[in-house]
Design a protein around this ligand. Sequence first.
Ligand SMILES: [Zn+2]
Length: 323
Amino acid sequence: MNWLTNFVRPKLKGLVQKKDIPDNLWEKCPSCSQMIFHRELDDNMRVCQHCGHHMRLSAKKRLDMFFDEGKYQIIELPPTVADPLKFKDRRKYTERLKEARGSSDDVKDGILVAHGKMGGNNVVAAVFQFSFMAGSMGVAVGEAIVAAARLAVVQDAALVMVPASGGARMQEGILSLMQMARTTVAVEEVRDAGLPYIVVLSDPTTGGVSASFAMLGDIAIAEPGALIGFAGARVIEQTIRETLPEGFQRAEYLLEHGMIDMVTPRNELRDTLVRIISLLRNPKPAGDLVPLSVEEVAEETIDVTSEAITDETGEEPSGDSKE
Ligand SMILES: [Zn+2]
């Protein structure tokens, strides 16, 4: 019996049992429904190669893609009270938090803050993790944004924020709403220090996040097709009793209406950020200044003055023009 149970049965089981094949090798594009192999999707920065749909990206992957040579340092975020209101709906908030954290050590809450270089410039980046309770902003996220802003000031760095959030974290009630004011003051500190604050609005940027720091960037960039707005479209439709235009609350619509500065595809995002930060941090002419010779300068001056004199009327000015 022992021989049968200890030796034969495991052997047979081994033959019959399927090997562990991860079932998420293929992902379906939510826009065009094409099945895409996971490695292809990763290589393409999670942008569908069939229709160009930009899928959500984890905070870690976004940081990997931002910094020079993928090198950066994730900072430890200030500790906060985990469940200040002892909140419970169908489940305890602490349980939800635990589940969201899972086995990941990187993401303690819905945001990661890192510092490094972009195009050789100091940059602090705060990136939301949408998969963590819909990237909602509670005390911990607010605290992280304040920490990121202060770090940018200390390091004389540009601040780049990438929100991906459903808004305030309702399990923290009024305390989560207070983060709207705190984060607004935090980015104001960056502005006071004369440092650039750039926001990359990713899908989705909604609720209290869009109503605070997310719409305050010196430069507002959005990813194609990103949902950006305060209240949901259905709520607005019911309130104003009107059908909303097509593409309402999407990045391209906001660009058309002057709410953001540009819509940038993900594969051009890093280069765009590097260009903007370099321009803002090093306001020098891009090329070398070539001094003109003395004669050339003299000629230029004469040309300009004679042009100015004969300008418009084509006649020489006759003394006082007030007459
Ligand atoms: Zn697609």
